[in-house]
Design a protein around this ligand. Structure first.
Ligand code: FAD
Length: 383
């Protein structure tokens, strides 16, 4: 693996850094307190090309490889995990899945708008009763002539209240377990689909996380994405790449924790000296720095494997597991460096910790990542 960035990758990283410092950083505290990022940010993300990374130019995409996608995601994660998540879901889970499995008609209908930030996508897999055990979902799609009629509900859906299209997973045949699950592209203005924003989240407060309820939602058969009965494997393949994106966002959190801790330690004096001069403070900072490097290298390796067309799913689980746990450790260590000031939201580290915590839960909890890695190593599924 070549760890040297190409000129193009370095330029994309600079662009993302400037974008975050200009468009995101000044607003982070206000968006967090308001429990909503400014929706205008979605259009800006589209204009700068970040919602089109790795998507073919003929569908409005901005191309680029997965390392470039990682670099941008990392910078967005450094700035605000709520914004990072908007991109990771709409681009990473929805647009990329449409690009891989969609018909020409579906690609033309959705990709140009999604990549431009004129429309937003959400990923509807989790249900109130099925989280880790997503293959046992109960939302039902029944064939009726040329249509499907869908009933059920979805829980914790990122971008849910804002999205224009939901990539929805529903049981459409009587095949047992996950084999009966199919994927559908459902416009969110379809009659019968209602959405409720979930308030009171510990972190990612700027993000519109929603519960979706589907009551006799009628979609044409052309809304089916990929073959009938392949929905679960489509969801798993989307999530495997999605885990790289979550991991990259976690690297951004860890880097932000490092920057904040080093900066504050250099300014703060106690006992007549800079706290940076105390060995125990240096230990906190060096622990963060090692986690940043390790998480970044694991994440870049996934990008490299994807770009080379190699198997990447287990590497993605390792990166997501390590980077999410590391982000929590790094934010917590940085908070310790800030002392009491770390505990109030005028300073950045408390939010980093709140945002980091969910990364060990979604797109497969840490326990689920360990089961995936364990299955790959032993050949035995312990699910
Ligand atoms: P459960 O599955 O009930 O797990 C509870 C605990 O049991 C966990 O510790 C888990 O690790 C453990 N556990 C479960 N099974 C096993 C096992 N076999 N072995 C060992 N331990 C086990 N979902 C979407 O579909 N789309 C989204 O956009 C989305 N965004 C989200 C945004 C936020 C802010 C949050 C909080 C969640 C989001 N989710 C989304 C849902 C998320 O993916 C689930 O919360 C996650 O998969 C865990 O499911 P659960 O919450 O039902 O927990």
């Amino acid at each position: 693996m070549d760890l040297e960035l190409s000129e193009e990758q370095a330029a994309v990283r600079r662009l993302a850094k400037d974008f975050v410092d200009r468009e995101i950083a000044p607003n982070v505290v206000a968006w967090d307190r308001a429990e909503e990022v400014d929706r205008g940010i979605v259009k800006k993300l589209g204009e700068v090309g970040f919602l089109g990374l790795t998507i073919d130019e003929e569908y409005g995409g901005s191309g680029g490889d997965h390392l470039a996608y990682c670099l941008v995601t990392e910078e967005l994660g450094r700035g605000d995990s709520s914004v990072r998540g908007i991109v990771s879901v709409s681009l990473g889970l929805v647009s990329k899945t449409i690009q891989s499995y969609g018909t020409e008609e579906q690609k033309r209908a959705w990709l140009p708008r999604l990549t431009a930030g004129e429309a937003l996508g959400c990923f509807g897999l989790t249900e109130p009763g099925t989280g880790s055990d997503a293959g046992n979902l109960t939302t039902r799609a029944v064939r009726d002539g040329d249509d499907y009629v869908i009933n059920g509900s979805k829980m914790f859906i990122t971008n849910g209240t804002w999205a224009d299209v939901v990539l929805l997973f529903a049981r459409s045949t009587d095949a047992p377990g996950h084999k009966g699950v199919s994927a559908f592209l459902v416009p969110t203005d379809t009659p019968g689909l209602t959405r409720r924003t979930i308030h009171g989240k510990l972190g990612l407060r700027g993000q519109a996380t929603a519960e979706l309820v589907l009551e006799d939602v009628r979609v044409p058969a052309s809304a089916l994405l990929g073959p009938e009965g392949k929905g679960f494997s489509i969801a798993m393949s989307a999530l495997a790449k999605g885990r790289m994106s979550v991991a990259a966002g976690c690297v951004g959190i860890a880097q932000a924790a490092l920057d904040a801790a080093v900066g504050y330690a250099g300014e703060r004096e106690q006992f007549g000296k800079s706290i940076a001069s105390y060995q125990l403070v240096q230990e906190l900072i060096s622990d963060i720095a090692v986690d940043v490097d390790a998480a970044r290298l694991l994440t870049w390796r996934v990008a490299d494997l994807i770009d080379r067309g190699a198997d990447f799913a287990t590497a993605a689980s390792k990166a997501k597991l390590y980077a999410s746990e590391a982000a929590v450790r790094c934010a917590n260590n940085a908070l310790q460096v800030f002392g009491g000031y770390g505990y109030i939201d005028e300073y950045p580290v408390g939010k980093l910790l709140r945002d980091a915590r969910v990364m060990t839960l979604y797109e497969g909890t840490s326990q689920i990542q360990k089961l995936i890695i364990g299955r790959a190593l032993t050949g035995v599924s312990a699910f």
